[in-house]
Design a protein around this ligand. Structure first.
Ligand code: SF4
Length: 227
């Protein structure tokens, strides 16, 4: 087994290039069979397809594109100061023109309006119209069918899954593959295992309170990335 083989946990190959064989692929059944990491990645890929399928169905039912659905839901649940094209582009990991096109279509449909950002007149703040809000509230439930399946897991497995996914996202964020994740695990105010023996072992320096595993946040408005 080579030192760079993902099966020994030291990936050193550029999988975006051509320096790999079909046996290196997490989608190859034999590789998957021998490698828990490959099974996890392949399983996540299946979930990505499911997410795309569900969003696409929801979008089609309302005459929208998937990114228009995401814009509407984002505007519904985030602080107005974050509702700018640049923020959305970073959040969705797409270009600003892609978001601008989606926003222009939503403005034309009467679901979104723009108003100047007080601190910088060149920037627009995006806002839902009453019709946009009503539609976004209907659309925001598109993932609830998945949550019912997650909720069916025993509580301990659910917590482990949540933590494992957060750790994975934190790792991908440190590697620069995920641009925005306002999580405790990557926050400068987060202290890991400050009280290791307690039920709430972690600590938030901003709120000045201990955090249990279930208190860890995935999208905290006060998060500041660790240096
Ligand atoms: S500020 Fe928010 S993200 Fe940061 S540690 Fe506290 S609760 Fe977590």
């Amino acid at each position: 087994m080579k030192s760079g083989d993902a099966r020994v946990g030291i990936p050193d190959r550029n999988f975006t290039g051509t320096d790999h064989t079909i046996m290196d692929s997490v989608f190859h059944p034999e590789t998957q069979h021998q490698d828990v990491g490959a099974k996890v990645v392949a399983a996540l890929e299946r979930l990505v397809h499911l997410f795309r399928h569900l969003v696409w169905n929801e979008a089609k039912a309302h005459g929208l594109s998937p990114i228009q659905v995401r814009v509407l839901i984002y505007l519904l649940v985030h602080d107005p100061s974050r509702c700018r094209v640049g923020h959305l582009a970073r959040e969705f990991q797409v270009t600003q023109p892609t978001v601008s096109d989606a926003v222009a279509a939503l403005v034309a449909k009467g679901f979104v309006t723009k108003r100047p950002f007080p601190a910088d007149q060149r920037v627009s703040l995006l806002q839902l119209t009453p019709a946009g809000r009503a539609l976004a509230e209907r659309l925001a439930g598109w993932a609830n069918a998945l949550k019912a399946h997650v909720d069916a897991l025993p509580p301990e497995r659910r917590r482990e899954l949540m933590l494992a996914l957060m750790e994975l996202i934190a790792s991908l964020q440190r590697a620069g593959l995920i641009t925005v994740a306002r999580m405790c695990l990557t926050c400068r105010f987060f202290q890991l295992d400050r009280f290791p023996a307690r039920e709430a072992p972690h600590y938030c320096l901003l709120m000045e309170r201990p955090l249990a595993i279930t208190d860890l946040r995935l999208d905290c408005p006060d998060q500041k990335p660790a240096a």
